[in-house]
Ligand binder design. Structure first.
Ligand SMILES: Nc1ncnc2c1ncn2[C@@H]1O[C@H](COP(=O)(O)OP(=O)(O)O)[C@@H](O)[C@H]1O
Ligand SMILES: [Mg+2]
Length: 257
């Protein structure tokens, strides 16, 4: 399974530095959670992992991102390949609301430039929706608009859309923060299933969620106007049970952030 290796990542918006030499290995077969207070650079870090950071005109970065040992920022690598290989699910479910459930799932295929037969599409829709834990709920209404689904279903639809292009890594930026507890649990179960075939990195503000789904955890912090760094990372249970750094201890106990 694919691993992602971030080495000495620094990031800027204009001359405002928001990450300072952050290194983290995200191994295959493991769910990695990123935790830390708002504004410490977690989303920026995630967007650097799939080359979305460079969409912001003022944005720049330093360091390396290796996907299975290969440089994501190599000049010979196509941007569309990089984004296909490392998919992203956002905080707010963002299906195309007027588009059918079926077309939402295959919406990303166009961007990959691959030709796909109708039969392959049907298979991809069924398998992606199955992996996203949504197939049984929507199999009888694939032509209904994506916008008609509940919030939790829309998020699973977005997960299916990401999976349809067969990524090696799936990044999830607070994927449950707009959802109710029941939908959250369904997404968490989906993630645990998915982790068998795709490497997952999730940003979460929910400590219990980090404990429930992730085996590895990294604590980000930006103190007193300094750029974000990783204060501590390691086995999730160990980090929550016996944090090494007092700032991690304070954060996981809910004392700030
Ligand atoms: N598009 C942007 N333009 C300028 N500054 C940004 C932009 N996005 C984020 N930032 C700044 O970068 C810092 C890190 O933000 P972000 O990565 O969103 O943190 P987090 O996800 O941990 O809340 C913050 O100071 C934020 O204001
Ligand atoms: Mg964020």
């Amino acid at each position: 399974m694919s691993s992602l290796d971030a080495r000495n990542i620094s990031a800027w918006f204009g001359d405002h530095q928001v990450l300072d030499r952050v290194s983290l290995t995200m191994p295959g077969g493991v769910i990695t959670s990123l935790i830390g207070p708002s504004g410490c650079g977690k989303s920026t870090f995630l967007r650097i992992l799939n080359r979305m950071h460079e969409l912001v005109p003022s944005a720049s970065l330093a360091g390396e991102v290796l996907l299975d040992g290969q440089d994501m920022y190599d000049v010979g690598r196509r941007l569309t390949d990089a984004r296909r290989q490392v998919g992203m699910v956002f905080q707010k479910p963002n299906p195309f609301p007027a588009m059918s459930i079926y077309d939402n799932v295959v919406a990303g295929l166009r961007l990959t430039g691959r030709r796909v037969s109708q039969q392959q599409k049907d298979w991809l829709v069924e398998s992606s929706l199955t992996k996203a834990g949504l197939w049984n709920e929507v199999r009888d209404r694939l032509s209904a608009p994506g916008g008609g689904l509940s919030g939790g279903q829309q998020q699973r639809l977005c997960i299916a859309r990401s999976l349809a292009v067969q990524p090696r890594v799936l990044l999830m930026d607070e994927p449950c923060s707009a959802l109710d507890p029941t939908s959250t649990r369904v997404i968490e179960e989906t993630m645990l299933e998915l982790a068998r075939e795709v490497t997952i990195v999730i940003v979460t503000h929910n400590m219990q969620q980090a404990l429930r789904v992730s085996q590895q955890c990294a604590f980000f912090l930006a103190e007193a106007r300094t750029p974000g760094v990783i204060v501590e990372h390691g086995d999730t249970e160990a980090m929550f049970g016996a944090p090494q750094d007092p700032r991690t201890a304070a954060y996981v106990k809910g004392q700030f952030g």
